[in-house]
Write a protein that binds this ligand. Sequence first.
Ligand SMILES: Nc1nc2c(ncn2[C@@H]2O[C@H](COP(=O)(O)OP(=O)(O)OP(=O)(O)O)[C@@H](O)[C@H]2O)c(=O)[nH]1
Ligand SMILES: [Mg+2]
Ligand SMILES: [Zn+2]
Length: 363
Amino acid sequence: MTSTSEFSALAPYGWDDAWADAFTPYEAEGLLPGRVIRVDRGQCDVVTAGGVLRADTAFVTPHDPMRVVCTGDWVAVEPGGNPRYVRTYLPRRTAFVRSTSSKRSEGQILAVNVDHAVVAISLAVELDLGRVERFLALAWESGAQPVVVLTKADLVPDPVTLAHLVQDVETTAPGVPVVTVSALHGDGLDVLVALVGSGTSVLLGQSGAGKSTLANALVGEDVMDVQAARDVDGKGRHTTTTRNLLPLPSGGVLIDTPGLRGVGLFDAEGGVGQVFSEIEELAGRCRFHDCAHETEPGCAVRLALESGELPVRRLESYRKLMRENQWIVAKTDARLRSEIKKDWKRKGAQGKAAMEAKRGRWT
Ligand SMILES: Nc1nc2c(ncn2[C@@H]2O[C@H](COP(=O)(O)OP(=O)(O)OP(=O)(O)O)[C@@H](O)[C@H]2O)c(=O)[nH]1
Ligand SMILES: [Mg+2]
Ligand SMILES: [Zn+2]
């Protein structure tokens, strides 16, 4: 039986009956359940019913970047020991993954067990809609509900300009709530509090977008460091260097993350489709099932382009991200294939050695 009440102190961190069920076999082994609130060079802080414990993550497959312990993980941790080890993490409900670089098609896990992926976009710099679409594709793909937060609204004093910017983002993000906030003046925070008031939310975005400032405003305390002043967002020093999980006073849990220069897609075809849902809807109305929206008759996508209903930029961005995704997937497959081949070769060599040993060559 699971003793939910024994671990009820974990409820503010998102502990529920399903986590309790998943933990049952580890409870029988005398391990403690907890949630990772920060990971730092092979060590992590785990909040347990009895308080925060420092634990080593080396036990949990350290060589596969997709399987390392991540902030937001629910883990089974040893009750004592020096070092004390995290034995395993419970199966993840959602995972936000990007590809680490364009050269190597490896996934990097940025946040797990997240319900709301809050993409922070600064209004202090020129809007890059392509970047918004990229973040949203990974957010949808992760299984979390995306939210866009336009920060530093106080720096756009003209309401007409602000309305245009919000509209641009809204047409770029169908099905995604777009919230405008100013942490400086407190504007829009109530709307955000309502959105992140249940479950786990992660703040993602470029360095300087104002994520930690927002985290402090939501927590109601200066728990995260913020750079006093900076010239341009997205440049220079990263103020936040670890991912930190913070319980919110009004309910819900927030993960603040270090700024990201870029997010490469990682097997995110479904996510890309959701970001461009209006294009996929239009494509469904094309006369030909496999319409490329080039010169085919009865093309609903081209019709929407001509009427101005669909911006050219959107279609181009959709094509670009789809191509990039296919390329990443193909590259990953190639890498997997070569790994499998290497494995066969190794097994083949072992098999040969075993055969030769059997024949008594080395005896
Ligand atoms: N004018 C104005 N400035 C803000 C607002 N929110 C944040 N800032 C400023 O923006 C700068 C960056 O804020 P941070 O919260 O550190 O940004 P961050 O996204 O956490 O940055 P990293 O940790 O490097 O990823 C700081 O100088 C803040 O004071 C706002 O609402 N209005
Ligand atoms: Mg920060
Ligand atoms: Zn078409």
